[in-house]
Design a protein around this ligand. Structure first.
Ligand code: NDP
Length: 434
């Protein structure tokens, strides 16, 4: 911890996991003998690099790029790239650490990694984003490869950015391979990848509701934060499963629409012209816009699906959710709940689905994209979506089985940490001290 004292998000992610692993360590002395805990919290490699590019006015801009190759015990490093001004080494390390256990839970052979840059795409032209992506990949390409490290998207890295990144990799390496996932359908992308995290979150939530409460989305009121990739497709699937989603947000504020969010309007604003969510209230009568994104958790709901960013639900927001009758929180974003918020869920018996399990659908379909690239074929939407659903249901089952085995029956958080960890730990022991 002394080494990482300036990385609060990373320490938060590590402590949350270590807190639940005590019974596992007691049962498996070989983990301690092989230094598994000490090794798993230290990335195998951290690459940090300069990204210099020229903006539309001819001025040179310099950003910092990162790739954290955290753990390759069960497969090539795999995890998204985030472009956001808040990106720093600690943020990428927290995401990379979570990714190790998440990827393990999918049952697919993927190690953990994450990367990104403090580049802010807001207000940048297409040409500027392209030049940035090309400059970023010019350095990143020497560290990645289809058998080494396969990045994907994350905040502000979607189809446009993956396209530019893929093009530059291909140009420099003269190689057409599945080195990135989330690619366009014309050049190796998988059907259902765009929808996968949001849809997967709903499949996970529906299955957890079924098994633990004999309940479903049907007739429920749902609060969702964010209005990006994860939020949009979570809204779509929750609505399809019979719920009414009443909120959407971005970093400026949130929309409350008591009649149910009209997703075509959100898609037009966000995917159509990269606008602000405020516009929704001008276009949809009966909806309200409120400044400040945290207010979204004061809306009355049965189920909350945070889909924006880390630590977006603090203790006060968690208390507001519980006071308003919310009994289910499943996480689409990575680490959206602070430790204090999680304590509020636990104290009040909220069904809590942690990010590394609930949002694993994105990376799961990325894993399926890698398989399709290797086979040089593509599956239909229905086939891929059915595989995604099966994986999310098996994550619920795996988590509950692990929780039960280690005396934490019904605890989806402990279960996800334990199930994800055991597989990686066994592989690390088998491969020797590295
Ligand atoms: P997008 O860039 O598509 O959307 C992000 C959304 O969150 C936007 O509405 C954005 O608003 C909002 N947001 C971002 N930062 C903040 C902030 N600091 N405060 C408030 N709102 C914020 O990203 P994704 O939908 O892909 O990612 C959302 C979350 O889901 C992240 O935590 C990501 O790590 C996680 N995730 C994503 C996966 C994927 O497949 N894409 C897979 C697994 C997890 P604004 O436009 O104002 O910035």
């Amino acid at each position: 911890t002394k080494r990482d004292g300036d990385q609060p998000e990373f320490l938060q992610a590590v402590y949350e996991v270590l807190d639940t692993l005590q019974p596992v360590i007691e049962k498996h002395p070989e983990y301690e003998a092989n230094g598994v805990l000490e090794r798993i919290v230290e990335p195998e490699r951290v690459v940090k690099f300069r990204v210099a590019w020229v903006d539309d006015s001819g001025k040179v801009q310099v950003n910092r790029g990162y790739r954290v190759q955290f753990n390759s015990a069960i497969g090539p490093y795999k995890g998204g790239l985030r472009f956001h001004p808040t990106v720093n080494e600690g943020v990428i390390k927290f995401l990379g650490f979570e990714q190790i256990l998440k990827n393990s839970l999918t049952t697919l052979p993927m190690g953990g990694g994450k990367g990104g840059s403090d580049f802010d795409p807001k207000g940048k032209s297409d040409a500027e984003v392209m030049r940035f992506c090309q400059a970023f990949m010019t350095e990143l390409q020497r560290h990645i490869g289809q058998f080494t490290d396969v990045p994907a998207g994350d905040i502000n890295v979607g189809a446009r950015e993956i396209g530019y990144l893929f093009g530059q990799y291909k140009r420099i390496r003269d190689e057409y391979s599945g080195v990135l996932t989330g690619k366009g359908l014309e050049f190796g992308g998988s059907l259902a990848r765009t929808e996968a995290t949001g849809y997967g979150l709903c499949y996970y939530t529906q299955e957890a509701l079924r098994v633990l409460k004999n309940d479903s989305f049907e007739g429920k009121t749902v609060a969702i934060s964010g209005s990006g990739n994860v939020a949009i497709f979570a809204t779509e699937k929750a609505t399809e499963l019979g719920a009414k989603v009443v909120t959407a947000s971005d970093s400026n504020g949130y929309i409350y629409d008591p009649n149910g969010i009209q997703l075509d309007v959100v898609k037009d604003i966000k995917l159509g012209h990269r606008g602000r969510i405020k516009e929704y209230a001008d276009r949809v009568p009966g909806s309200e816009y409120h400044e400040g994104c945290a207010g979204v958790w004061t809306v009355k709901c049965d189920i909350a699906l945070p889909c924006a960013t880390q630590n977006e639900i603090d203790e006060a927001s968690a208390e507001a959710l519980v006071a308003n009758g919310c009994t289910v929180v499943c996480e689409g974003a990575n680490m959206p709940s602070t430790p204090e918020a999680i304590a509020v869920y636990q104290k009040n018996g909220v069904l809590y689905g942690p990010a590394k399990a609930a949002n694993a659908g994105g990376v799961a379909v990325s894993g399926l994209e890698m398989s399709q690239n290797s086979y040089r074929l593509s599956w239909t939407f229905e086939e891929t979506d059915a595989k995604l659903k099966g994986i999310m249901e098996s994550i619920v089952a795996e988590s509950l089985a692990a929780a039960k085995e280690y005396g934490e029956e019904g605890d989806l958080m402990a279960g996800a940490n334990i199930a994800g960890f055991v597989k990686v730990a066994n592989a690390m022991v088998a491969q020797g001290v590295l």
